[in-house]
Design a binder for this molecule. Structure first.
Ligand SMILES: Nc1nc2c(c(=O)[nH]1)N(C=O)[C@@H](CNc1ccc(C(=O)N[C@@H](CCC(=O)O)C(=O)O)cc1)CN2
Ligand SMILES: Nc1ncnc2c1ncn2[C@@H]1O[C@H](COP(=O)(O)OP(=O)(O)OP(=O)(O)O)[C@@H](O)[C@H]1O
Length: 195
């Protein structure tokens, strides 16, 4: 089954805009996103965080992962399975990562299984855009986070990291698409979707 063309077009145009952002801007934005997230009480209280290791022009998460780890949180990062579902393994410093599929760095630590995300107190996810109305996210198209987010309980903060203009009214959605509860942008963290 093909997916809506508007989804593919939106992905392409946001990817192009990200690539066009000057490196300096991307770096400054990533620092603002990181600091806004680290200021949240629910970030500071989270003992186990599911995060991701950014690639390419995504908002940089390397500083965020390092800061969480330094402050004593356990940080899990995704390990992409052959079926595009996400396994999870614990980050234990910059020397414990090795490239996986698509060149994303993944922990070499023991894999905790696809259900490990159920135990996280905070879930930080990548997105190209999020709809403010319903919180539905647009990802790279593997459906990995549609599956992973379906396992997260209703009271766990889920937050997508975006550049400023990537929060839109609504993204083109299919029934399997999952929502996040917050977005973190350079201007700050806000709740999205129905309260
Ligand atoms: N940093 C990061 N880690 C992540 C994701 C992500 O979106 N970003 N994922 C989110 O699910 C999972 C991995 N899935 C990924 C899927 C596609 C691409 C990617 O770069 N795709 C290229 C197209 C490559 C191709 O089709 O050959 C692209 O988008 O340009 C990266 C990761 C888990 N880890
Ligand atoms: N629960 C699921 N089980 C198996 N496949 C799924 C599931 N949810 C979504 N998919 C498949 O994943 C594919 C991509 O979905 P979608 O375009 O929503 O990805 P995305 O959310 O943009 O990407 P990602 O979550 O990897 O960042 C779709 O073809 C869909 O059929």
């Amino acid at each position: 089954m093909g997916e809506p063309l508007d989804k593919q077009n939106l992905r392409r145009s946001i990817a192009a805009e990200r690539a066009a952002l000057p490196e300096k801007q991307r770096r400054a934005d990533s620092v603002s996103i990181r600091d806004g997230l680290l200021d949240q009480p629910w970030t500071q209280m989270a003992g186990l965080v599911a995060c991701y290791w950014s690639i390419g022009a995504e908002p940089d998460t390397h500083g965020l992962v390092f800061a969480l780890w330094k402050h004593g949180a356990t940080v899990m990062l995704p390990v992409l399975r052959d079926d595009n579902d996400l396994d999870w393994a614990v980050y234990d410093g910059p020397d414990t990562l090795a490239p996986g599929r698509y060149g994303v760095m993944e922990p070499v630590d023991v894999r905790r299984g696809v259900d490990a995300i159920r135990t996280a107190a905070l879930v930080v996810v990548p997105a190209l855009a999020v709809g403010e109305t319903d919180g539905v996210r647009l990802g790279k198209g593997g459906g990995s986070y549609d599956r992973a987010l379906a396992r997260v309980g209703p009271h766990v903060p889920t937050v997508a990291l975006l550049y400023e203009d990537e929060l839109v009214d609504k993204v083109p959605a299919e029934p399997h698409d999952r929502a996040v509860r917050f977005v973190a942008r350079p201007s700050g963290v806000i709740a999205v979707g129905a309260p």
